[in-house]
Design a protein around this ligand. Structure first.
Ligand SMILES: C[S@@+](CC[C@H](N)C(=O)[O-])C[C@H]1O[C@@H](n2cnc3c(N)ncnc32)[C@H](O)[C@@H]1O
Length: 244
């Protein structure tokens, strides 16, 4: 059973501490311990990423959502699936590194397939060119999904499929964000995908501390901003064009 709802300052302290964990196995361990309170804590923090990311994907989706097969990477307890289902995306697979978070996602009953997988050290449990869209919401930061795992997201996406990724723009996440954007650009220059849109959102979630609002234009209660990146995987060039 979930513990009673925590105050904003309690939630800020817990999540603020998690931002300082930069080791992946320690971070997964943190999520194992947080799982049962996760949904109510992120509601206190006014965490909007799942809805905003799904809105962005849905607005650019080129075909019927009912027909599409989507992968939710680092799906947590399944908040992204809740939003996807509201917009008609019902064929959902998920992967998650924390057993406890994965168990809660299973209980939601919105995914047809869920796998325990720590992306980075492990590949995604899917063949190449498999999904119409791949999402990573709230898990692109230090100690979570490493930037060099983005090419693995691309591998499992169908040519012409969409990838929707999010990250935070608060000061402590800026070095990761910069490294992520360098990797996104590198893949675009290599002809792997094309940028569809990059959307900055001022009110992403409430800040966990005053330092985290540095540079933000938000007034009290202070929000941090975040970014949604939407990319389209390119069709493989014909063998001739590749020089084979
Ligand atoms: C902030 S939660 C986001 C969960 C969900 N996407 C949402 O928006 O509510 C981050 C999740 O990513 C998972 N995670 C972090 N790094 C991961 C990795 N490398 N592979 C798989 N899961 C990971 C954590 O266990 C946690 O459940």
């Amino acid at each position: 059973m979930a513990t009673p709802k925590r105050s904003l300052s309690q939630v800020q302290a817990r999540i603020g501490a998690s931002h300082g964990i930069t080791d992946l196995s320690q971070k997964i361990h943190f999520y194992d311990g947080w799982a049962s309170d996760y949904d109510q804590d992120v509601a206190v923090l006014d965490y909007r990423a799942p809805r905003l990311a799904v809105d962005c994907l849905a607005s650019a989706f080129p075909s019927s959502p009912q027909e599409a097969l989507l992968l939710d990477v680092a799906c947590g307890t399944g908040l992204v699936a809740v939003e996807l289902q509201k917009r008609g995306f019902c064929n959902l697979h998920g992967i998650e590194g924390s057993k406890s978070m994965l168990e809660l996602a299973k209980r939601r009953g919105l995914y047809q397939q869920l796998s325990l997988c720590v992306l980075g050290p492990e590949p995604l449990p899917a063949p190449a060119d498999h999904y119409d869209a791949v999402m990573v919401v709230g898990a692109l930061s230090d100690g979570q999904v490493p930037c060099n795992a983005v090419s693995e997201l691309l591998r499992v996406t169908k040519p012409g499929g969409l990838l929707c990724l999010t990250t935070r723009s608060n000061p402590s996440n800026l070095p990761y964000k910069e490294a992520l954007e360098a990797e996104l650009t590198r893949l675009e220059q290599a002809g792997e995908w094309k940028r569809v849109q990059v959307h900055t959102v001022d009110q992403w979630e409430l800040a966990t501390s005053e330092q985290e609002t540095a540079g933000s234009s938000s007034s009290s209660p202070a929000f941090i901003s975040g970014v949604i990146y939407l990319y389209c995987k390119q069709e493989a060039p014909p063998a001739k064009a590749r020089g084979n």
